[in-house]
Design a protein around this ligand. Structure first.
Ligand code: HEM
Length: 544
């Protein structure tokens, strides 16, 4: 389903899923090319493994390990991040930590590690030749390790049937899931020396024996090579039959399922798409997942409104047009800004950059609200603060896009004011006189629309809690006794002392709803409140 913008959590998940390699995200660069393997360093002498297979196996082990469909416990909840879980024999190998090291950097208050593990599987499969997979969001990171239970290669067929049944999958679905997963990767010598010997193969210096001949790519070769009898899958033709779990599983219905996969690459792809989606939706029973996250055809993002030192509102942002020709010279894109009094300002937007998904099968241009091509030095649209902005609409090739009449609502009630400044500087980082002194204290000015009575205004800081979950720490901004007018009286300034160089967004509770700005602010980006003060301080110090 396509949600209505803005919805910060869904907006963030949608971007993480559909803008995988825009210049800001870069998530899919870890599976591009599909042979890419990071392993915590850049050692190209390590061949045979790839990030994509690690990502897929991580999802499987996090979910299937631990879910119990009878009591609704366990599932995709990032419990694999706990050392206790990773140290279990059923989780042998370095693939889980490698994967999590990449993913943790992408977690935010809106995108949990568990959601990223799901998005990681989707990205690895879709970007490396696989089918489109329905993705839902809203997974919650577990507070503690889950119970063990990942199927191991030495398990017998009945044990494997029982364990997939416990997770909610039939025997036929088990065959499908194992074949879909084992379209990627292989078994590595180091964690499984009894299954795979040292290979002395320059193309697999890590001694990984692959499940099929296209180990970094999704296709039905895992089935065609099995049916043809040419498979080198180490869980199928391994010297020790005890650990040939794929052999027992694939043959368990008289090869019916595997033969159907070998016959039809389309059937294999569509079966894998639905089984992977169901596997990712296996979550603890108290977690409520969103609808399938479909792309918004027209989607604003990075929408920032601040009150400038000149007293004008400064608007910046971009709008993404999903999956259309990136550089269509005939396309016209206009931003319509509707003010509180119903007046409309029109601005022509320019092509800024593009994002892609599904390994480039989807490409989406972004148009900036300004004339700049450089997202880091974006210009702004200046607006009269008395008029303000209520909502945006877009006119694309003469057609107005307004989410079925509701428009794209924006919040200009509580915004950062660029009168914020540094009050105290500390010693320079080094003795070098050229170094700028470090700001140690300053004030953030927050402009609150006159007449609006927010229940609370606060600074928000994203921090990691003791078990690596992203949480938002809130610091209340006191309502001023004597409001200082700004923006020609359209706003009043609330100020707060800040004594660190952390990055903050502004939050507010207005009419029962909670709102956060997208723009982040830190003392580091501000200038001195009284410019001469710093120079005086500097002279005194160098003169001493
Ligand atoms: C009875 C069920 C299964 C058993 C016993 C099993 C066993 C194994 C073993 C022993 C490895 C080698 C790991 C390594 O060397 O690091 C492996 C790799 C892998 N498994 Fe499975 N597996 C099963 C089911 C699945 C399922 C259902 C999926 C996904 C849906 C999956 C995805 C993968 C992937 C992608 C790899 C390659 C990892 C890499 O190359 O980094 N497996 N499996």
């Amino acid at each position: 389903a396509v949600h209505t913008w803005p919805s910060p959590k869904l907006d963030a998940l949608e971007a993480q899923r559909w803008d995988q390699d825009d210049t800001i995200n870069g998530f899919s660069s870890f599976v591009q090319p599909c042979t890419f393997f990071i392993h915590g360093n850049d050692d190209e002498s390590e061949t045979g493994r790839a990030n994509g297979p690690d990502w897929i196996r991580t999802a499987f082990h996090d979910i299937m390990a631990t879910h119990n469909s009878e009591d609704g416990t366990g599932g995709l909840d990032a419990s694999i991040r706990f050392a206790e879980e990773q140290s279990r024999p059923e989780n042998a190998g370095t693939g889980f930590q490698n994967t999590l090291d990449v993913f943790i950097a992408f977690t935010t208050r809106h995108v949990s590690l568990a959601d990223l593990i799901a998005i990681g599987l989707v990205t690895a499969v879709e970007n490396c030749g696989g089918p489109q997979i329905d993705l839902r969001g809203g997974r919650i990171d577990a507070a503690e390790p889950n119970a063990p239970g990942v199927p191991e290669p030495q398990g017998d067929l009945n044990a494997h049937i029982a364990s997939f049944k416990k997770q909610g999958f039939t025997q036929t679905e088990m065959i499908g899931l194992v074949a879909c997963g084992h379209s990627f990767g292989g078994v590595e010598h180091k964690p499984f020396p009894e299954i795979v010997p040292e290979l002395n193969d320059p193309n697999s210096t890590l001694s990984v024996q692959h499940f099929d001949t296209t180990f970094d790519f999704f296709d039905n070769k895992v089935a065609t090579e099995y049916i043809a009898g040419t498979s080198q899958n180490p869980l199928l033709v391994g010297a020790n039959d005890t650990t040939n779990s794929d052999k027992r599983i694939f043959a368990s219905d008289g090869n019916k399922t595997m033969a159907s996969f070998a016959d039809s690459s389309e059937l294999f792809a569509s079966t894998c798409a639905s089984l992977f989606a169901r596997m990712l939706d296996t979550v603890p029973k108290d977690v409520k997942l969103s609808d399938v996250i479909d792309p918004l055809p027209v989607k604003p993002s990075e929408v920032q409104i601040v009150l400038g030192t000149n007293g004008k509102l400064q608007l910046s942002g971009v709008v993404r047009l999903f999956n259309v020709t990136v550089d269509d010279p005939d396309r016209t894109v206009h931003l319509l800004i509707d003010s509180h009094s119903g007046e409309t300002t029109t601005t022509t937007l320019t092509l800024d950059r593009f994002s892609s998904a599904m390994g480039g099968r989807v490409q989406s241009p972004f148009y900036a609200f300004n004339q700049s091509q450089d997202v880091n030095h974006a210009g702004v649209i200046e607006l009269d603060p008395a008029q303000g902005l209520e909502k945006m609409r877009f006119n694309i090739n003469g057609k107005v896009e307004d989410q079925g009449g509701v428009g794209f609502k924006v919040e200009d009630g509580v915004v950062f004011s660029e009168t914020s400044c540094i009050t105290t500087v500390g010693a320079a980082a080094t003795e070098d006189d050229d170094d700028d002194p470090v700001p140690v204290a300053g004030k953030f000015d927050i402009a609150v629309r006159t007449g609006l009575t927010p229940t609370r205004v606060f600074l928000e800081q994203e921090i990691k809690d003791s078990i690596n979950r992203t949480v938002v720490k809130e610091t209340d901004v006191e309502r001023p006794a004597q409001p200082v007018p700004a923006g020609d009286g359209a706003y009043e300034i609330w100020s707060i002392q800040v004594k660190d160089a952390n990055t903050y967004t502004i939050g507010a509770e207005i009419n029962g709803g909670k709102f956060s700005t997208v723009d982040t602010h830190s003392l580091k980006e501000l200038t001195a409140c009284t410019p001469t003060k710093r120079r005086v301080w500097h002279k005194r110090r160098t003169g001493a």
